[in-house]
Design a protein around this ligand. Structure first.
Ligand SMILES: Nc1ncnc2c1ncn2[C@@H]1O[C@H](COP(=O)(O)OP(=O)(O)O)[C@@H](O)[C@H]1O
Ligand SMILES: [Mg+2]
Length: 261
């Protein structure tokens, strides 16, 4: 590992401590969090990504989920990155992941120890992002994946994520609904995947346009759970937009529209 990479990572960890002191808060939880994320193997993965010039700096935590933490990073040119690190310690993660990986023809023959499974999970998110992007669905552009770490385009500015629909409902919901329906069709027909966790929590507005993200659980349309997952997505999307007073397409019709020829 390069001296510079280590220096930058140490610097990040120190700046987190400095921030904690400055804020004069008990952030022992936060610190535990950093340690938890940066277990030794994960540290090495982050070092590697730094050495290979993908990540220059790792800044603050953007989001701490049950299964992953999202960090704000930058590359050498100062361009923002989102660095999603899957927790290798998440207990019921393994059982949860299984059902999405099994039955997906893209992920046959994977090892079944926790670390390998999480690496597949991260791979899956990266690949789903790429397939969505290629199908012209607006998602964070995938940049790199290594073990349990996914690097992607940062949606937002200076470490502040764009607001989710939950945080800030779209101002022009009719128009946004139409775009989302178009995305759903492209996801199904071109990318041949089903999002599987689509709701106001996993869509954001950036520069006036909707962005879909959090695609680690997305499955191939061939997956035995695909139909169930798609219908659930459509229910969630319709429910959200109905609340925004949009005259939504009835679910059965929408389903046919998305999967039809
Ligand atoms: N590419 C990104 N750019 C900016 N912020 C992001 C990005 N990806 C995730 N986030 C932030 O992190 C949060 C959690 O990310 P998400 O992928 O939904 O993970 P989780 O599995 O924890 O729900 C998002 O709600 C968003 O605020
Ligand atoms: Mg999410």
């Amino acid at each position: 590992m390069s001296y510079n990479a280590r220096k930058r990572l140490d610097h990040r960890e120190r700046s987190v401590e400095r921030r904690d002191k400055m804020l004069n808060r008990d952030r022992s939880n936060d610190r535990a969090t950093v340690e938890e994320v940066f277990d030794n193997k994960t540290r090495m993965v982050v070092f590697d990504l730094m050495n290979s010039g993908i990540i220059y700096e790792l800044n603050g935590v953007v989001s701490s989920g049950k299964e992953a933490r999202v960090y704000w990073g930058t590359n050498k040119d100062g361009v923002d990155l989102a660095v999603k690190i899957y927790l290798t310690s998440s207990a019921d993660f393994k059982a949860g992941m299984h059902k999405y990986i099994e039955g997906d023809p893209r992920f046959k023959d994977v090892k079944h120890d926790t670390r390998s499974l999480i690496a597949v999970w991260a791979q899956k998110e990266f690949r789903n992002l790429r397939e969505a992007d290629e199908a012209k669905v607006r998602v964070p552009k995938p940049i790199a994946v290594k073990s349990n770490v996914v690097v992607m385009e940062f949606i937002g500015e200076k470490g502040v994520s764009a607001p989710s629909f939950k945080e800030q409902p779209p101002e022009n919901p009719e128009k946004v609904y139409k775009v989302i329906v178009t995305y759903l069709k492209r996801l199904y027909k071109k990318a041949k995947i089903v999002h599987g966790d689509l709701s106001e929590y996993n869509m954001m507005i950036w520069k006036g346009k909707p962005v879909i993200f959090d695609v680690s659980q997305s499955v191939s349309t061939q997956h035995p759970l695909a139909e169930f997952m798609l219908k659930r997505d459509l229910t969630n999307v319709n429910r959200f937009f109905r609340r925004q007073n949009v005259e939504v397409i009835p679910e059965e019709e929408l389903y046919k529209l998305v999967v039809g020829k």
